[in-house]
Design a protein around this ligand. Structure first.
Ligand code: FES
Length: 687
């Protein structure tokens, strides 16, 4: 490279440097929006009228939605950085930002929701032609200009008035660099390192492979939020304007209306070096709450950072992202809790707040097994701390919820990191036969089981022992029944009573008996295998002894949406990181099963109503239709499904063909079978 003074200044290093600023900017905005949303009061129990409570609940959802979209922008910026061959930037300066890190007009600090803060958000997201002023109290400490107009080899910051203006300049520089170096040379990063919609369903997670896709990503960021045209009602700018209008109306009706708790402006955990602009959290319960929330946030950054080192598709990449997003869900209740606790005696009338303390560096761990060890350790430490917090939190519901989510995540990390990291195969690789039936140690423990199709104690006609059905071996609730040519496997806990067995093979599956009720030798082996194949829940499986092949993975992965009932999976299933116990499985979609994620028939008890005929959406034929299908039930959230899949209606019509989907399992989505976020609003609990 001969970039010296006097030659064009746009170099890859300069572009990456500017993308780092873009990442910091999006990251900062996300944190400030979250902070304001956490501070909003909720419900009449916090002194609001019904109308005010409904409004603050709506604003909270809206601001959180904006924050999630900022996260999508952040991911787009990370992907562009990666496409240029760089390592994405996960760090940022801590709050409040000192002047110079960003242009003078971009003031960033943590503050609770108020009219001034809302006006500040409007100012930050304003289009270039807007005359909106900044919020009161957000005027810059100094006015200055950044940057250097003369060419420098050292990357120099760009000066800009609006965020939209910043991205315009970034796009111009990228185009100039591409014109000079060529597409292929510029976009030299390994595409497999980027995060895609297979891992996370954010706008912004589209692959960046050339200048067209990179510029499209910049454009999407500007259109959706910063600098979007004023008439775009879904832009961040217009959504904040709508909140301002509602707030003004409610204030006019009730001048005493205070929508938010008085959370601190710029809370800090340690005694500040400079006093006056930070609130030191002296209250130990508040400080401990913020400590755990911050640690969740930091670990989330570590996990996402590490995910950019792993080429996709890979179970470890998906695991890092799922755990990271799970931590965000665990963090939110603590962020809300902190805003409701007093900061301490030096700040009367002022509450605490999550400080989002960033790590000095969140670089990914080197390849090898160290990352998994670190993550397992860190989850355990975090969980210890969270349990201690719980012990001093008077049973606060938000802390309880956070710890419950964290426990689930820590278990998942412990259970899955080692195998995910060592997995040499990708999600597109074919399954091995050993995945069909997990090996189980035999144990002689015969038990009486009730046959499906009737109640064993109902007084109906019984065939007493002596019916020649062999006595099963029972291991972990699974019956192994030895026949001449196969071992029949029956797992009653998974049975949803579709009754194919007792109607198609009544001589083998003998209904209404006490004691052993399955006799595999009472029909031809091939026909018996066919009965197992139509058992939707996978409760009936088999292992052949006659040299013929066991059940094979299907050639097309199918998810059937059953009318008023569960999902029926027929695929090469990996449930929660483990090979499925069968290629068939029925999972709860009504939210009421006592045996989640499995269906236990509770949909009948609660009279669950949900169409089995959702409309057909994106149904382009997939290049590959089989391969492992990873199902990851999210704590208190949907089923995250990754792999090639066809979602079909109860009658077999194609609903969608996809490589990743989030399927509702709370039963309340308005967009079934897909999750639309309603689970959070209704407080769905997965355990
Ligand atoms: S799980 Fe039902 S809406 Fe998300």
């Amino acid at each position: 490279m001969n970039a010296v003074p006097g030659t064009p200044a746009i170099a890859r290093e300069a572009l990456i440097h500017t993308l780092y600023e873009a990442a910091e900017l999006e990251h900062n905005l996300m944190c400030t929006y979250l902070y304001a949303a956490f501070s909003l009061k909720s419900g009449t129990a916090e002194g609001l009228s019904a109308a005010e409570a409904a409004a603050t609940a709506r604003w909270r959802r809206e601001i959180l939605r904006v924050a999630v979209e900022e996260m999508g922008h952040l991911t787009a910026v990370w992907n562009i950085t990666s496409a240029l061959g760089g390592s994405p930037r996960f760090g940022r300066l801590n709050f409040p930002l000192d002047p110079g890190g960003l242009p003078a007009s971009v003031v960033v600090r943590l503050a609770p929701f108020s009219e001034a803060v809302l006006q500040h958000f409007i100012f930050l997201e304003r289009p270039a032609n807007s005359g909106e002023p900044d919020g009161e109290g957000f005027q810059p400490e100094y006015t200055f200009r950044r940057g250097e107009t003369r060419p420098r080899v050292t990357p120099m910051p760009i000066d800009y008035e609006t965020v939209g203006d910043f991205y315009l300049q970034l796009a111009k520089n990228l185009k100039e660099f591409v014109a000079r170096r060529g597409e292929k040379e510029v976009f030299c990063g390994d595409r497999a390192l980027q995060i895609s919609r297979t891992e996370i369903d954010f706008q912004g997670c589209d692959p960046v492979i050339c200048s067209i896709t990179a510029l499209k990503a910049f454009d999407a960021i500007v259109t959706q939020g910063e600098g979007a045209a004023e008439e775009n009602p879904d832009s961040h700018y217009c959504r904040f304007l709508a909140i301002r209008k509602e707030l003004a109306a409610l204030k006019a009706a009730n001048p005493a209306f205070e929508p938010a708790h008085p959370a601190a402006v710029n809370p800090v955990l340690r005694r500040p070096v400079r006093t006056g602009v930070r609130v030191w959290l002296e209250n130990e319960v508040a400080a401990a709450t913020v400590d755990i929330a911050n640690t969740m946030y930091m670990l989330m950054l570590r996990l996402l950072s590490h995910s950019y080192l792993i080429p996709k598709p890979h179970p470890a990449k998906a695991l890092c992202i799922d755990l990271g997003l799970g931590l965000m869900r665990a963090m939110a209740p603590l962020g809300e809790r902190a805003a409701r606790l007093p900061a301490g005696p030096s700040n009367p009338g002022c509450n605490a707040g999550m400080s989002f303390t960033a790590l000095r560096d969140a670089a990914p761990f080197p390849p090898g097994g160290s990352a998994g060890k670190f993550f397992i350790e860190r989850f355990a430490e975090l969980l210890d701390g969270a349990r201690t917090l719980l012990s001093i939190s008077d049973g606060d519901a938000r802390v309880v919820q956070s710890v419950r989510i964290l426990e689930d995540l820590a278990q998942k990390a412990e259970r899955r990191f080692a195998s995910a990291e060592s997995a040499p195969v990708t999600l597109g690789a074919p399954a091995t036969q050993s995945q069909v039936v997990p090996a189980r140690a035999p144990a002689p423990a015969p038990v009486a089981v009730a046959a499906p199709g009737g109640d064993a104690d109902s007084g109906a006609s019984h065939i007493e022992p002596g019916n020649l059905a062999p006595t099963p071996r029972t291991v972990d609730g699974v019956d192994y029944i030895e026949g001449r040519d196969l071992t029949l496997i029956y797992e009653g806990g998974k049975c949803i009573h579709s009754r194919f067995c007792v109607t198609w093979g009544p001589k083998v599956f003998i209904a209404n008996v006490k004691g052993p009720w399955i006799n595999p030798d009472n029909m031809p082996t091939d026909a018996l295998a066919e009965i197992a194949h139509v058992c939707v829940s996978g409760a009936i499986r088999y292992k052949r002894k006659d040299g013929k092949p066991d059940e094979q993975a299907p050639q097309v992965n199918l998810i059937s949406v059953r009318e008023n009932g569960p999902y029926a999976f027929r695929a090469n299933i990996q449930l929660d990181g483990a090979p499925g116990f069968s290629h068939r499985m029925t999972l709860c979609r009504c939210g009421a099963s006592r045996h989640k994620p499995f269906c236990d028939g509770s949909h009948n008890e609660i009279k669950f109503v949900a169409s089995g005929e959702p409309a057909t959406g994106k149904a382009d034929m997939l290049a590959v239709r089989d391969g492992p299908l990873a199902i990851d039930p999210q704590t208190d959230g949907p089923l995250q499904v990754r792999g090639n899949m066809e979602i079909i209606s109860g009658t077999g019509r194609v609903v969608a063909r996809m490589e990743a989907a989030r399927l509702c399992r709370c039963g309340a989505s308005a967009n079934k079978p897909f999750c639309d976020g309603t689970h959070a609003r209704i407080g769905f609990r997965s355990a």
